[in-house]
Design a protein around this ligand. Structure first.
Ligand SMILES: Cc1ncc(COP(=O)(O)O)c(C=O)c1O
Length: 381
């Protein structure tokens, strides 16, 4: 029997650094966790109360697409936040947005299809495509353009190498870059012109610091829209998200959902229903991230990092080229010596990521302050 090679599949370095950080913590070390993009607080109190109350009932599978009440709530969310009518039946509740990507890829593309992603971009895009036998085409972005993807970038990349789909996030990970309303409209239009299926990852919606989040659904019903309760709603570990599908892909995605996952976790769906309307709590968290955003970017600049303040999400993507040309070794040492966990840029960019490091500011203010102090000592050594 021959084992399959890993091919272009790479580790998810953020998770590997987290595993090392957790093991140091278990040995008694005090660690500042800035490597993963996750809020340090639980979901809103009413969310937790609803789950407690549901514990005494049965928690069987739900409707394969998700509890009707949750999908109705999501349809209402699109009406309220984006002014668009989305039928509850076009929505599938998924096990985080991660499961949404699997349904989107398998539901939309033939084996071997090419899907474009940005570089830098969320690591699991490349790795999931690779692991599932699709091919990725990378669209390079630059700090000079605020790391924002444009319709012109897409058109230029497509003329170099044709692709069938485009997956991108706004606000983006790791840069926090968010496209404007006009920018998104142009991206939707160019995808339609080129016959490229757009998958819009809207997981950081709600966490825009420069204005309201804009959904691809405001411009088209041909895009697949993927979203999640992980970030804005502080529910990373609950593994609950959703996707909105165009009519021509809906049935296939539903059948894949039935067979791959049966249904999303029941208690998490109950929690999500309540989370959707507990926005005041989420806005309080957002105000806290906004404070940390300023603190971290000023602190990192003071340390000599070249850092671009993103438009949204909760990351600072810093150029550490002054200190290292090997971001993985730098992050390992930073963790070992200073007890600060951060993610090497090679997670997001296999070409230039060796001189970048991503820091999350989703944690507490004291953690961010301590991390900056420790990094100052680390760099002075
Ligand atoms: C851009 C982006 N998309 C998707 C995910 C996956 O999120 P989840 O599966 O928790 O919904 C993440 C997580 O960090 C992300 O940054």
């Amino acid at each position: 029997m021959t084992a399959i090679g890993s091919g272009g599949l790479r580790p998810f370095y953020s998770l590997e650094i987290n595993a090392q950080a957790q093991s140091l913590k278990a040995q008694g070390r005090d660690i500042c966790f800035l490597e993963q993009g996750q809020p340090a607080v639980p979901p809103a109190p009413k969310v937790r109360e609803a789950v407690k109350a549901a514990l005494d009932g049965p928690q069987g599978y739900t409707h394969f697409a998700g509890q009707p009440e949750l999908r109705e709530g999501l349809a209402q969310y699109y009406a309220d936040r984006h002014g668009v009518a989305v039928a509850a039946d076009s929505i599938i509740a998924t096990m985080g947005s991660s499961a949404g990507f699997i349904l989107a890829f398998l539901g939309s593309f033939a084996p071997g299809a090419k899907i474009a992603v940005t570089r830098p971009g969320y690591p699991a895009y490349l790795n999931t495509l690779e692991g599932m036998g699709f091919r990725a085409v990378e669209i390079p972005l630059t700090a000079e353009s605020g790391w924002r993807l444009t319709a012109a970038d897409i058109e230029a990349a497509h003329s170099r190498e044709r692709f069938d789909g485009l997956l991108f996030a706004s606000p983006a990970n790791p840069t926090g870059a968010a496209v404007t309303r006009e920018g998104l409209a142009a991206i939707v239009a160019v995808c339609a012109k080129l016959g490229v299926r757009l998958i819009s990852d809207e997981i950081y919606h709600g966490l825009d610091y420069r204005g309201p989040s804009v959904s691809a659904l405001e411009f088209t019903r041909d895009a697949i829209v993927i979203n999640s309760f992980s970030k804005y709603y502080c529910m990373t570990g609950w593994r609950i998200g959703w996707m909105v599908l165009p009519d021509d892909l809906l049935r296939r995605a539903q059948m894949l959902q039935q067979n791959l996952f049966i249904s999303a976790p029941t208690l998490s769906q109950i929690a999500a229903r309540v989370a959707l309307v507990e926005r005041d709590y989420c806005e309080e968290q957002k105000a806290h991230y906004a404070g940390n955003r300023t603190l971290l970017s000023a602190g990192l600049s003071g340390l000599g990092f070249d850092v671009h303040e993103g438009d949204g999400a909760f990351y600072a993507y810093a150029d550490v080229g002054r200190f290292t040309n090997d971001s993985l070794s730098f992050c390992k040492e930073l963790l070992e010596v200073a007890g600060v966990a951060a993610t090497p840029g090679i997670d997001f960019d296999r070409v230039s990521g060796h001189r970048f490091v991503r820091f999350s500011y989703a944690g507490s203010k004291p953690t961010t302050e301590t991390a900056l102090q420790r990094m100052a000592g680390f760099l002075r050594r």
